[in-house]
Design a protein around this ligand. Structure first.
Ligand SMILES: CC(C)(COP(=O)(O)OP(=O)(O)OC[C@H]1O[C@@H](n2cnc3c(N)ncnc32)[C@H](O)[C@@H]1OP(=O)(O)O)[C@@H](O)C(=O)NCCC(=O)NCCS
Length: 175
């Protein structure tokens, strides 16, 4: 999929990123997007770890000094045993260039650092791009949650990656 991989760097999500992340939420998740309050509450929760992706290297040059846009974001919740993917998204115009894979790899790496036994997630049953990404990392379907996504009224698969099973994630080569 990623014919022309984009160079990205990750940094922690800061409160100054809220407006941009909420803009991406609306672009990517429509009526199910988090509001300001939901995002603020989420980030204040225990065990959260959120990152944003920005263009790096040659791909940052066209934006000028200090003006790199946030083009993706992801976060997890670690409860002391397992980690849960809370969100993951790439701005539409940058999709298919390795950003989502790099973000998911960052979550897997962080989960391993935390010594989580597994990484869990929910994903809409019709989200083919995300399902392909998760399958390539070795996530396995656990079950289905009916009408999990509201107000869209969509079902979700629950999925798990066993972090004790191997030491690599995805293709082992995050972009
Ligand atoms: C899912 C999502 C995060 C993937 O981000 P991305 O930056 O486009 O992903 P990448 O370019 O890193 O591609 C990673 C994998 O995703 C899958 N994928 C991405 N775009 C795809 C497409 N157009 N067709 C099929 N598979 C695709 C492929 O498996 C790809 O791996 P490959 O490059 O080795 O073939 C992105 O589509 C997105 O933000 N979707 C909307 C929000 C969302 O659904 N988030 C997940 C919530 S559970």
């Amino acid at each position: 999929m990623s014919d022309d991989p984009l160079q990205v760097r990750m940094r922690p999500l800061a409160s100054s990123d809220f407006d941009r992340v909420l803009e991406l939420e609306r672009e990517l998740f429509g009526p199910g997007a988090w509001t300001y309050g939901m995002l603020a509450d989420e980030l204040a929760g225990l065990g959260r770890w959120y990152v944003v992706a920005e263009p790096d290297g040659i791909d940052a040059l066209r934006y000028g000094f200090g003006a790199r846009p946030v083009i993706g974001y992801a976060g997890l919740w670690f409860d002391g045993d397992v980690a849960q993917v809370m969100t993951l998204g790439t701005a539409r115009e940058y999709q298919g260039r390795g950003v989502g894979r790099a973000l998911l790899q960052a979550l897997v790496d962080r989960s391993r650092q935390l010594r989580a036994t597994s990484l869990l997630l929910e994903v809409a049953t019709d989200n083919e791009h995300a399902l392909a990404l998760y399958a390539s990392f070795g996530f396995e379907r656990l079950g289905i949650r009916k009408r999990y996504y509201q107000p869209e009224d969509k079902d979700a698969y629950t999925m798990r990656m066993d972090l004790r099973a191997s030491t690599t994630g995805g293709h082992g080569d995050a972009a």
